[in-house]
Ligand binder design. Structure first.
Ligand SMILES: Nc1ncnc2c1ncn2[C@@H]1O[C@H](COP(=O)(O)OP(=O)(O)O)[C@@H](O)[C@H]1O
Ligand SMILES: [Mg+2]
Length: 367
């Protein structure tokens, strides 16, 4: 079912004074879409999820679920959680310790008063989907973290929700299990075709899972788009540094107009910007510009680059298949991700910085 938030705001009244947890958030999540809310801790992700679930009442704005208003602008309409047909999974999967896995999954169906035969069928189906058919008679204490989280997910989907809400569901799992469960969640979501809002602070999770992502900061949406949009066209320095497995290099460097070209001054080196980039820089006004380049787009050229920039390697961090280098050029330092394992600390290297991969931001540009 489609979920639409229009100018939704939430201010909590706390002992510290009012906390504006959510500010004018507008999102439209399509039928069957897996939509990720991404942002640092405290940026309002859980509050947005709770607003969709009906656990929190908005201070302003409107929420619609499948075309029906579930929270109105004037505050007169507010549909409680149990009438919204939403299912939630949290980081801490609260299973009932005294009940078996079967009974845990069956619980919401029993509460809804469904028939015994139907319950047995639905639990078996959910168990099969999550690959936990063989542990239906176990109790939560006998299960691993990954199995428990699957039980929690099975319990959430067993009622065939109209909206599936997940709040950092994989945070308690260790790295390997997190990656495999992530893949399974995506497959499951596709199979069920249920509209899903997924909250995480982990950009890798957001990039691998999301059909689209909304990046949040201080309660507001900074940018919405596909993972590719956010990676290739971040609109702010915040988005640029938050997305990507190693943050984008952001440097304040001068851009000059020389002979009709916009020219980037990297230490002693001049890089002529391609026309599209030059136009963007001119729109920003050439003073006070942040130049951005992702570590994976800088290449170690070893003397053969057609746009050579030299620097000294000040550190080499071996990441396995690749190495993360810090390369100093005069006053500046660049992170460089390279597959070249022969580079040593203290070495002078030639860098190839492709101008077409450059990003530009106005300095001091907020979210
Ligand atoms: N019930 C509440 N009362 C007061 N402040 C709250 C409450 N819930 C959340 N907040 C505040 O709202 C902000 C956003 O919180 P939250 O939505 O939990 O962020 P996230 O899930 O992104 O970490 C935080 O500053 C948090 O302290
Ligand atoms: Mg949270």
């Amino acid at each position: 079912m489609r979920l639409v938030l229009s100018d939704v705001g939430k201010t909590f009244l706390s002992l510290r004074g009012p906390v504006r947890a959510v500010r004018d958030v507008t999102l439209a999540i399509g039928e069957g879409e897996l939509f990720v809310l991404l942002g640092p801790s405290g940026c309002g992700k859980s509050t947005v999820l709770n607003l969709a679930a009906g656990l929190v009442k908005p201070t302003s704005g409107e929420i619609r679920l499948g075309g029906r208003v579930v929270a109105s602008r004037d505050g007169k309409v507010f549909v409680p959680p149990k009438e919204r047909n939403v299912a939630m999974v949290f980081q801490s999967y609260a299973l009932y310790p005294h009940l078996t896995v079967f009974e845990n999954i069956a619980f919401p169906l029993r509460v809804a008063g469904e028939k015994k035969g139907d319950i047995g069928h639905a639990v078996a189906q959910a168990g099969k989907t999550l690959g936990i058919s063989d542990i239906l008679q176990a109790r939560p204490a006998e299960l691993s973290g990954g199995q428990r989280q699957r039980v929690a997910i099975a319990r959430a989907i067993v009622r065939k929700p109209a909206l599936f809400l997940l709040d950092e569901p994989l945070s308690n799992l260790d790295a390997g299990l997190r990656a495999s469960t992530r893949g399974e969640l995506k497959r499951l979501q596709r199979e069920l075709g249920v509209t899903t809002l997924y909250v995480t602070h982990d950009q890798t999770e957001a990039m691998t899972l999301g059909d689209r992502i909304a990046l949040l900061r201080d309660g507001a949406v900074v940018q919405t788009g596909t993972p590719r949009d956010l990676y290739e066209r971040p609109e702010t320095p915040f988005a640029a540094s938050f997305i990507g497995s190693t943050p984008m290099n952001l440097l304040k460097i001068p851009v000059l107009e020389e002979g009709g070209n916009a020219v980037l001054c990297l230490g002693e080196t001049r890089l002529i910007l391609p026309p599209g980039q030059a136009a963007r820089v001119r729109r920003l006004g050439t003073a006070g510009i942040l130049f951005g380049i992702r570590p994976e787009h800088v290449r170690i050229a070893r003397g053969t680059a057609d746009r050579p920039v030299t620097g000294t390697v000040t550190s080499v961090e071996d990441l396995g298949r690749e190495s993360l280098l810090q390369v100093r050029m005069g006053e500046m330092s660049l992170s460089v991700l390279t597959g070249d394992k022969t580079v040593r600390e203290g070495e002078t290297v030639v860098l190839d910085i492709p101008p077409e991969e450059a990003h530009f931001f106005a300095e001091g540009n907020g979210p």
